[in-house]
Design a protein around this ligand. Structure first.
Ligand code: KG4
Ligand code: ZN
Length: 347
């Protein structure tokens, strides 16, 4: 079995070839840096770029894997959630590739993909992280905690009620005058700062002071996340401070803001581990690259698995992996499939 998968839900045009044992034969990611100057992804521009890049990226993936289209047994693509125009480019291309050879097709949910990144074999062919485990996904578009009973089946325990964790990083970075996406830049700035200098909702200091951060609010019992209050708190804090002081305290502000995001993620992960008696935790999404988050994860009473960075951020290998464990539609049953932005099809 050999899967060719496409992922175009946001601003990365991705194609991958993965074999039936979850071994990656090619994983091509073309990031559209064109959006950086707008401070966010512009959906229509993303769709147009996907259209220009998608065939090149598929050709590159087949070339990297050293296989021809004739050697592919299953075609897969992300169906949603994401930007509909962007999704349609990958979905239509993948359906056309499959139809041309009357191959079966797998329509994959993007979140299932992030979870399935854990089922891919390591570079040395070592076995993947086996369920059951808890999975924390924290990216620019989504933040959720799931319980994975077996590949392809999971239950959502909590999700963000407003902004995603990566979005909180990006918005904070923007307020601090850093580029987009700003998570990595904010982390860099935070490295020279004091995480306890400022008290933000959700931070350890805030909670120790009996603050009303997300950990203590009405949904204290749920495993949902909330980052909108934190973003507003930073905005108000910055408004109160003279410009020179903001520059002088930028590292402390970044460190305290980062600490509050990480604290929320860790708190929920800890609560989920306690409630489910799980002992294994997988982590995915772009925010998993964050060093402070990784350090705190390492201190949890659980076996923690963080796939390599290129498998944590959006990629098509994870979509191929989900396809291997999901439903395969025979030709031509998939020709009418449509993309979805949110909701339907989402777990
Ligand atoms: O998974 P991903 O590549 O795309 C989405 O599916 O959204 O995640 C991108 C997100 C961005 O919000 C980015 O700022 C964040 O991951 N990110 C980080 C770091 N590197 C990327 N956040 C915090 N620290 C980092 N080192
Ligand atoms: Zn994603």
């Amino acid at each position: 079995m050999r899967v060719l998968a496409l992922e175009t839900s946001c601003d990365d045009t991705c194609a991958a070839v993965v074999d039936g044992d979850g071994r990656i034969q090619a994983n091509v990611i073309s990031s559209q840096e064109v959006h950086d100057r707008f401070g966010g992804v512009v959906p229509e521009i993303a769709s147009r770029h996907h259209l220009e890049l998608v065939n090149l990226v598929v050709d590159q993936a087949l070339a990297d894997a050293g296989v021809a289209l004739e050697e592919i047994d299953l075609v897969a693509a992300t169906q949603g959630p994401g930007l509909v125009g962007a999704l349609l480019v990958g979905l239509s291309t993948a359906k056309a590739l499959a139809a041309a050879r009357e191959l079966p097709f797998a329509a994959v949910d993007h979140i299932q993909g992030h979870v399935a990144a854990n089922f891919l074999a390591g570079e040395g062919g070592e076995p993947a992280f086996e369920p059951p485990f808890l999975c924390l996904i924290a990216s620019g578009g989504h933040t959720l905690l799931t319980h994975v009973g077996e590949p392809g089946r999971f239950t959502v325990l909590g999700r963000t009620l407003d902004d995603a964790a990566g979005e909180a990083f990006d918005k904070g970075a923007r307020m601090l005058g850093l580029g987009y996406p700003g998570g990595a830049a904010l982390e860099q700035l935070a490295a020279g700062g004091d995480p306890e200098a400022f008290s933000f909702p959700g931070s350890r200091r805030d909670r120790l002071q009996g603050g009303r951060g997300p950990g203590r609010q009405a949904f204290a019992n749920s495993l949902d996340f909330s980052f909108a209050g934190l973003k507003t708190a930073l905005l108000y804090r910055l408004r109160e401070m003279p410009e020179a002081q903001v520059r002088e305290r930028a590292a402390d502000l970044a460190a305290s803001y980062q600490a509050a995001i990480v604290e929320s993620l860790i708190l929920r992960a800890e609560q989920a581990l306690e409630r489910t008696d799980a002992t294994r935790l997988a982590v995915g999404g772009g925010v998993a690259a964050n060093g402070e988050l990784r350090r705190r994860l390492g201190a949890l009473a659980a076996t923690v698995h963080v796939p390599p960075r290129e498998l944590c951020t959006d990629n098509a290998a994870m979509i191929a992996s989900a396809a291997l464990h999901g439903e395969h539609l025979p030709y031509p049953a998939y020709l009418g499939l449509d993309a979805y932005a949110t909701g339907e099809g989402s777990p």
